[in-house]
Write a protein of this length. Structure first.
Length: 737
């Protein structure tokens, strides 16, 4: 939103609509200013309600210079005014916005009624019959359409007067229609749960504009729900009651007694859930959002069902299966790996874990070889597109995302595969389970029938899932004592070939709180550290590494093969600034499609940053811009598995990817990785974060920063506690039985 001190006003008549996105209201228009001293037509851009050529509007915003399109007025507010001239009225009526009136008919109506035209159309529709070609039915239809258009305007003007930007006002109107004024006036906090992009804080600002008191019951309830969502964002499935109330007090600045009452009302209305096993109301009573309560209970129920299930027996003796798999794969399995074959024979649910160099991938190929020899049908899947692609490359078999496997339906927002329509495969193998949150885990388990085996593969020392839950750790905690059908195989032996890699040995040193051993300049090592103290010096080294030193020394492509991984988004060494600097260095171009603070050019490395089920691309998928429309209205991105076209208005779902956060890199491997390690990222320096980053590199990892920052990272075990009740839930079901 533009500040009041910077805001300018611009009034005029809309000459034509150049572009409009009906999904979000984004509009580009040409305006004839009321003050003709400026000369010619002006370009106005912004998200507005439906407006049409011929309308007179007053816009509030600021002037800006677009490098591609020149001077534009970026409007934050739009106040429609009645057309002030005969030409304006004629343009407005003939714009197509009022069904039943085209340009010819508009001309006739204005010729007959002059400046009284809009008054006649709206309030005296029978008089329209005085115009040639307009009958009684058509006259009433035209009048109704104009009245409805005016009602829409009234709603939008009200919303904007309540401090809501045009873009969000448009979303609110799309959600509630003509009821928007009543809904927002009665309880603006509904917006936080009903309208995408409007959170509690924005709803609270709207409530303040409307004069709703600080101690409103609606505010207390919405604030507690917001606090729960914040805890979920931090990975918690539930929150202890006392902790939630403390957070609520800090957020809302109201007393505990009011929050207690709000929490009880939410419980009665089903806005929050508490497990029956929690007993009486205590300070530690778990408080859940309903969706997470349902997910955790579903996961517990189906995990126990599958562990106790009777899946298809494997006919081949374990020793024979090992011999045949070794022969087929031309490898010799280590003792720990051979134990996994025995575990698979017993298991309905098998968990396979291990760090780098322990042979997880090799073992998985051997197990799949055995299952195929048994004529088992197998589904391979992973939480993200990049993890699925890596799984396909390592196993030689097609793997999909879990969303594709479970047949996610964008229209309904649900999976087609569930307990009523389960998967048909004999075995479901899921890699990178540490990335799965509780909701996705619940959906997966619900869709697996009793006769199927489940093999869960992951590294528990990596970063936990972005979403709530500690799925892999919880299942490992349950372990074999839960039931013989749940088998856990932990690979701990590092193979001789892997022990020669400083990436592998350094990763384990980091896990044990030790500084990693790094190679010296000129050596053939694969893990190096370049010490620099200032952020500016670190940035200079990172740019040199990406542009010249790594490509020259290792024969790698600067864009395709080198990935900069950083702990944070902001700051000189954050992903945003690194992307700007790397783009200038690696893909300088004067022609690009601008969106917010980024420019996208042909040849740019980009990343999808949210799941798009319609386009079948997912959060974390990396591609390259291959085509840019001459009119700069769209671009195409090649993701390797498909090419996707994005209109200019949908570019908020992609970002430059020369650098990305370490969290976004989970499930991926890159030939070379460069990692800034600096105290500028103090709050994010943690052992599991650094471990995850280092293990993303296949051939080369370069740390750039200070020894002090590296020390901080390896000393901080990074294992911040997450509240999860999956283990307790499974045991409660066992005791119930």
């Amino acid at each position: 939103m533009t500040s009041r001190t910077d805001e300018k006003q611009l009034e005029g008549t809309i000459e034509r609509i150049v572009f409009r996105n009906d999904t979000n209201g984004w509009t580009v228009l040409r305006l004839k200013p009321s003050d003709n001293s400026k000369g010619g037509l002006l370009t106005v851009v912004g998200a507005f309600q439906q407006i049409a050529a011929g309308e007179t509007c007053r816009f509030g915003g600021r002037w800006m210079n677009d490098s591609q399109f020149g001077k534009q007025f970026k409007a934050d507010t739009c106040l429609p005014l009645a057309p002030a001239t005969l030409v304006g009225i004629e343009k407005f009526l003939g714009s197509g916005l009022i069904p039943g009136i085209g340009k010819v008919m508009a001309k006739r109506i204005v010729k007959r009624f002059g400046m009284e035209t809009l008054e006649v159309v709206e309030n005296l529709p029978t008089r329209l019959a005085e115009v040639e070609g307009v009958g009684e039915v058509r006259a009433q239809s035209i009048s109704n359409a104009l009245v409805e258009h005016r009602e829409v305007k009234n709603v939008m003007v009200f919303l904007e007067s309540a401090g809501i930007s045009p873009a969000y006002a448009y979303r609110i109107f799309k959600r509630y229609g003509k009821k928007a004024i009543k809904v927002v006036s009665d309880n603006p906090y509904r917006l936080a749960s009903d309208v995408h992009g409007i959170g509690f804080k924005m709803a609270d600002q709207i409530a303040f504009h409307l004069g709703i008191p600080k101690d409103s019951p609606y505010r207390a309830e919405a604030g507690l729900l917001f606090a729960l969502e914040e805890f979920a964002t931090d990975g918690h499935v539930f929150v202890p009651r006392e902790e939630l109330l403390v957070k609520g007090e800090q957020l809302l600045e109201i007393g505990t007694s009011q929050l207690d009452g709000a929490l009880e009302r939410l419980k009665l209305m089903g806005g929050v859930m508490t497990p029956k096993r929690a007993g009486d109301v205590t300070a530690s009573q778990p408080i859940y959002l309903p969706r997470l309560y349902e997910a955790e209970n579903t996961a517990a129920r189906h995990l126990l069902r599958l562990a106790q299930g009777r899946c298809r027996l494997l006919k081949t003796r374990v020793e024979t299966a090992i011999y045949k798999a070794e022969k087929k794969c031309a490898i010799s399995f280590a003792p720990q790996q051979k134990m996994a074959f025995g575990a698979l024979a017993k298991a309905s649910v098998m968990v396979l874990t291990g760090g780098p160099g322990t042979g997880k991938t090799t073992l998985l190929k051997g197990l799949i070889t055995w299952l195929l020899a048994e004529k088992c049908s197998i589904a391979l899947a992973a939480p993200t597109g990049r993890a699925a692609k890596r799984m396909s490359e390592s196993t030689g078999r097609t793997a999909s995302t879990l969303h594709r496997l479970l047949e996610f339906t964008p229209r309904t927002g649900a999976f087609a595969r569930d307990d009523t329509n389960p998967l048909q495969q004999d075995v479901v193998v899921v890699d990178e389970v540490s990335m799965m949150d509780i909701e996705l885990f619940a959906s997966l388990l619900a869709a697996i029938p009793n006769h199927s085996r489940v093999v869960l593969v992951g590294d528990p020392d990596q970063l936990p899932s972005v979403g709530p839950g500690t799925v892999l750790s919880d299942v490992l905690h349950l372990g074999t004592p839960l039931h013989p059908g749940l088998q856990v195989v932990r690979l701990t032996e590092i193979f001789r070939q892997a022990r020669s890699s400083l990436i592998v040995t350094g990763a384990y040193e980091i896990l044990h709180g030790q500084l990693p051993t790094v190679g010296q300049k000129g050596s053939e090592a694969d893990l190096f550290m370049i010490e620099r103290d200032s952020p500016e010096d670190c940035l200079e080294v990172i740019l040199q590494m990406a542009k010249e030193r790594i490509p020259k020394a290792f024969g790698l492509d600067a864009v395709d093969d080198i990935q900069v991984l950083t702990p944070m988004h902001k700051g000189l060494l954050g992903a945003a600034n690194l992307n700007d600097e790397l783009q200038k260095l690696l893909n300088p171009s004067s022609t690009g499609l601008e969106h917010r603070s980024q420019r996208f050019c042909v040849g740019d490395k980009v990343m999808q940053i949210r799941n798009n089920y319609d386009l079948d691309v997912f959060n974390g998928d990396i591609g390259k811009v291959v085509v840019l429309d001459d009119q700069l209205e769209w671009l195409k991105i090649d993701f390797g598995f498909k090419t996707v076209q994005y209109p200019a208005t949908e570019l908020d779902q992609i970002t430059l990817a020369y650098a990305c956060s370490i969290h976004k890199s989970q499930g991926s491997e890159y030939p070379a990785v460069v990692i800034p390690v600096h105290t500028q990222h103090f709050v994010m320096l943690a052992r599991n974060l650094l471990y995850t980053a280092v293990t993303r590199g296949k051939k080369l990892v370069v740390l750039v920063g200070s020894k002090r920052a590296l020390n901080l990272a390896v000393r901080n075990d990074g294992l911040s506690h997450r509240c999860s009740g999956l283990v307790d839930g499974v045991h409660a079901l066992l005791n119930k039985d």
